[in-house]
Design a protein around this ligand. Structure first.
Ligand code: MG
Length: 257
């Protein structure tokens, strides 16, 4: 009896200390980090672009992107389709700072592959900070690699993913960092709605998401940059995209030439 109570108390203390950790105290890709609960939602996810939006992809034209045919990004049936190669990125020609983003995507069906190698993609803000895309349906992975996470840093507050083969959306409000020389004056922040459900609420992005460093560091010290889509080259198929538009929140977008 005493032992059972002690075990229960130890478990309770462990659970409390786990939940009391702040985002920056968790290790990158920590398997012990709590998994957010799944939210079921069936609302329509398509939002037509407002009149002042910059259309990045409307079903046919890829002129908004730097496109190199060897990397295999294509258009089919009105969808933009990832090239099927690992470390293969599609980058906008225009550079942006503070930004509202709408992007629709679909992970492959039937689902194949395990963990992070299933339906993996992502949208990189300033080409540096990834909002993760992957297929988590009956496919366990670490919390800060779930869809809606700031990859390797902050899990989504809830899991709002739909099934593979269904269209989904991200609506993102991004505020770019402010640097004074090498010094960070204000960090980047991001708000993300996944299928209309809030999953990141003005969350601070604590550094670049690609370098495998802990704690994260701001290595890409820019205030304006491209939006970048990730092709992860997963064997189970290619992620599709449609209806991709943005609204710059700080004046016209700059073309980096
Ligand atoms: Mg990814």
């Amino acid at each position: 009896m005493y032992i059972a109570t002690a075990v229960m108390l130890a478990a309770l203390v462990a659970a409390q200390s786990a939940s009391a950790k702040t985002a920056s105290e968790w290790k990158r890709n920590d398997p012990d980090r709590p998994i957010p609960h799944q939210v079921e939602d069936a609302r329509p996810i398509t939002i037509p672009p407002p009149s002042d939006a910059i259309i990045l992809f409307d079903g046919a034209d890829l002129s908004a992107f730097r496109l190199d045919p060897q990397y295999g990004w294509t258009v089919s049936d009105g969808n933009l389709i990832a090239g099927g190669q690992i470390r293969n990125y599609l980058e906008t020609r225009q550079h942006f700072g503070n930004l509202q983003i709408h992007l629709e995507f679909m992970t492959p069906y039937p689902p194949l592959g395990e963990g992070q190698k299933r339906g993996n993609s992502g949208v990189f803000l300033l080409g540096a900070y990834e909002i993760q895309i992957m297929d988590p349906a009956e496919n366990p992975t670490f919390a800060d690699g779930l869809p809606g996470s700031i990859y390797g840093q902050t899990p989504p507050s809830v899991l709002a993913a739909r099934k593979p083969g269904e269209w989904q959306s991200y609506d993102i409000v991004f505020h770019a960092p402010d640097f004074d020389g090498d010094e960070l004056v204000s960090p980047p922040t991001v708000t993300v709605l996944h299928n209309g459900v809030l999953v990141q609420d003005h969350t601070i992005v604590r550094g670049d998401t690609i370098p495998r460093v802990q704690p994260p560091e701001y290595r890409t010290r820019i205030e304006r940059g491209p939006l970048v889509l990730q092709d992860h080259g997963d064997a189970g198929g290619r992620v599709r995209f449609r209806n991709f538009w943005v609204r710059p929140l700080d004046g016209p977008a700059a073309d980096d030439g």
